[in-house]
Design a protein around this ligand. Structure first.
Ligand code: BGC
Length: 749
């Protein structure tokens, strides 16, 4: 017997399946699409390409429009019954019975809310992120949702931008891992499984680079930079089989994303062979008139169709003008057929023709105990421990009285965070509620909000808060942003704590009671001035439904801190944009330029790239996060000083748990391409491993590298690695002080 190569076996199986289908007369997807296209009128084709928002924010759409085949999809189509009714009209009462596809923003959970996506990225745990997406899919599918507008994959290096909360953070490598995890989580192995939903990679592309962090703003991204950074998570999503892609609101290098032939046709379709469908973002198509790119609505329809936007969300230029454009000969009907085929293809894959209705109602699905437990685990794995002086955490047995301060300690809505339209604040178990569970005769918990709301400016509640802290052995002070300060269009020009929260901290610091600062926020905030006086600092983001228990698990030592920053935390807003993978410049700042005194000096201390009035480094670097133990990296060794094309190189180092508790360390691998046809970042993450070690235990951490790990989009726009010197760094964060360094040469032909 000869054994076939696995990929060949797969091809043989597919061919066999095709043959069996033909023999049995089961039509292939393509045959089903062709048969439908044959029967469809042009108006019905345009109907498939039109998506309506049910409710007040769109033009009126009636049941008879559905009956007449004028609607291909709804977003926000109401409860199960409402969707069921609309679907029944589409399936039973429209001429061709083509089912509707219902979309919804299921961004970080449906009813069980997980941490915001930026926080999920902080877990550096794609498997867990995938499990969370699978839970979200199960809950959403139960409610008749077929399609989520997630994952959001906009690399963001500007925390002023409110949508950084929805993003995977600043790093393309981490972004690709999150992209794959979320797509696989939502879509499972089979889109027609009743527990899976179609994913949507958005916002294609470059949206996260909005000027000044102002949402919807202009983006200028040279092609190499676009490919090396912004496109990578999208490519990963396409490789993972994402069913749909959403265009962004932004104008990319002068061409709005919804009419961008280069990104939509050349890259997405021709290079990546994406075979799902493209949807525009909410009115992003007709906004091209305001961009000054399209002269009128007909022009919008023409340019978007040419670029390959298959479905229009909310604005209705297609509905108004596509027929006319085809009849005038401006658009070839073949183009329309292709676009409709893309949409029908996804509907077929979802099994909507066979099972158009939601699964039988099961009241146990939403907020199921298993879902809450995944949410609790992900929340715990997303909270980053930034400071733990004198081992203030985990809470010591000597602590008999804890003061909980700050309105964010007991604010379900803030805990849920942005973009969770089906999440409910009242489902959230807040930190206060979770602390109350561990209250005992030996441990008293006293809560004083101190402020009515995180944005309040009245200091009238301070006295009571200070009194409670004075009586306590330890204070947890919750500060940050409520859910309305991040998300779409919720940009900030100041990244300091809103309201009188900074003053509240200052008053509490005076008590001398040890303080653990817990920051809840949708973005990096500038916390420089508060942290030196606090013993502990935890960055908790908006942690979702189970954020409270997750936090208490961590601070009591029931679970361990493992999270790492997926973005740098700047010292001050004036440093933005600030990210670890920057270029070196010809005049890089030197290490001794830290700690420049307050105030602006008259003369620069050197003609280098730095600030007169602030350090040039971030407050905390990308990849940083403490555990309850300490780790030491040593003896970095390479298998060779040379890597030849086609060969692999092994880098290994010793990692030892030098602390007193079992902990998980995230060992990170960075490279720097020293000389390129384009200048290259000072370091780029290309791998990491999460390793659990007992106190005193040590291990060799081994990374294998190949030429493809060194490849990038070069000056000539070819993709590949360039011969020459590389730095290889292994350690616990992107900060040079946390990294061991070695060097090798890549030798190509
Ligand atoms: C957002 C998208 C979202 C869409 C539908 C838009 O405003 O930019 O991310 O999916 O609305 O709600």
């Amino acid at each position: 017997m000869t054994l076939l190569d696995p990929s060949l076996t797969k091809i043989v199986l597919i061919i066999n399946l095709f043959a069996v289908q033909c023999l049995l007369g089961v039509p292939t997807d393509q045959a089903r699409i062709d048969a439908l296209l044959e029967k469809m009128t042009l108006a019905e084709k345009v109907g498939q390409m039109s998506q309506y928002n049910l409710g007040s924010q769109d033009r009126d759409v009636s049941e008879s429009d559905v009956r007449n085949g004028m609607v291909g999809s709804f977003l926000n189509a109401g409860d199960r019954e409402s969707k069921q009714r609309l679907q029944q009209i589409a399936v039973d009462e429209s001429r061709l019975g083509i089912p509707l596809i219902f979309g919804r923003d299921v961004i970080h959970g449906y009813r069980t809310i997980f941490p915001i996506p930026l926080a999920q990225s902080a877990s550096w745990n794609p498997e867990l992120v995938k499990a969370a997406a699978a839970v979200a899919a199960r809950e959403a599918a139960q409610m008749g949702i077929h399609w989520t507008f997630s994952p959001m994959l906009d690399i963001s290096r500007d925390p002023r931008w409110g949508r950084i909360a929805e993003s995977p953070g600043e790093d393309p490598y981490l972004g690709t891992l999150m992209a794959k995890a979320m797509v696989e989580g939502y879509q499972g192995n089979n889109l027609d499984d009743p527990n899976t939903i179609a994913a949507c990679a958005k916002h294609y592309v470059g949206y996260g680079a909005a000027e000044g962090g102002r949402d919807y703003n202009t983006t200028w991204i040279p092609e190499q930079y676009l490919r090396n950074v912004y496109l990578r998570p999208f490519k990963a999503a396409v490789e993972a089989g994402v069913a749909t892609v959403m265009t962004g609101f932004n104008d990319l290098n002068g061409i709005p994303a919804s009419a961008n032939v280069f990104t939509l046709r050349q890259i997405l379709r021709d290079e990546w062979k994406f075979n799902g469908f493209v949807v525009s973002d909410w009115t992003s198509m007709t906004e091209m008139i305001l961009h000054g790119f399209c002269v009128d609505t007909a022009d919008v329809a023409l340019k978007s169709a040419i670029a390959g936007v298959d479905m229009e969300m909310v604005s209705h230029s297609y509905q108004m003008y596509l027929e006319q454009l085809v009849n005038e000969g401006a658009i070839n009907i073949k183009l329309i057929d292709e676009m409709v085929a893309n949409i029908l293809g996804v509907k077929i894959k979802l099994g909507l023709f066979e099972n158009p209705y939601p699964p039988a109602e099961d009241k146990q699905v939403l907020l199921h105990a298993d879902h809450l437990s995944t949410a609790r685990q992900l929340a715990a794995e997303s909270m980053v421990l930034l400071k733990n002086e004198g081992q203030v955490l985990p809470i010591q047995p000597s602590v008999k009285r804890i003061a909980i301060i700050g309105p964010l300690a007991d604010d379900g809505d803030a805990q849920i965070g942005t973009w969770a339209p089906d999440g409910r604040g009242e489902d959230a178990i807040t930190p206060l509620a979770a602390f109350k569970v561990i209250e005992s005769a030996n441990l008293k918990i006293e809560y004083v909000a101190g402020l009515e709301h995180p944005r309040s400016t009245s200091t009238s509640g301070f006295r009571k808060a200070v009194k409670a802290v004075k009586k306590a052995d330890l204070a947890f002070v919750f500060v940050g942003e409520d859910e309305l300060l991040s998300g779409e269009a919720h940009n900030r020009a100041f990244l300091s704590l809103p309201g009188a929260q900074a003053e509240l901290i200052a008053e509490i610091i005076k008590t001398k009671t040890p303080i653990v600062l817990v920051i809840m926020a949708g973005r990096p905030l500038t916390i420089t001035e508060y942290i030196s006086e606090c013993e502990g600092v935890i960055y908790a983001w908006h942690p979702g439904t189970m954020g409270g228990p997750a936090l208490v698990d961590l601070v009591t030592g029931k679970s361990q801190f493992t999270a790492r920053l997926p973005v740098v935390l700047p010292r001050t807003v004036g440093q933005i944009p600030l990210y670890y993978a920057h270029m070196n410049t010809g005049r890089p700042a030197t290490k001794d330029m830290l700690g420049i005194p307050q105030g602006t000096p008259q003369d620069p201390i050197a003609y280098l790239s730095y600030y007169l009035d602030a350090d040039y480094t971030p407050l905390f670097d990308f990849g940083f996060g403490l555990t309850y133990s300490t780790f030491e990296y040593s003896k970095l060794e390479l298998s060779s000083r040379e890597m030849k094309s086609g060969e692999t190189l092994t880098a290994s180092c010793t990692l030892q748990n030098t602390g007193n508790s079992k902990a998980i360390e995230t060992a990170q691998l960075y490279i720097r391409d020293r000389f390129g046809s384009l200048t290259r970042p000072v370091k780029e993450l290309i791998g990491y491993q999460r390793i659990e070690l007992n106190p005193g235990e040590s291990t060799r951490v081994v990374f294998e590298l190949s030429e493809s790990d060194l490849a990038y989009w070069k000056q000539d726009l070819g993709f590949g690695a360039e011969a020459g010197e590389f730095h290889l760094m292994v350690g616990s964060s992107a900060n040079d002080d946390d990294l061991l360094l070695s060097k090798f040469n890549l030798v190509t032909e």
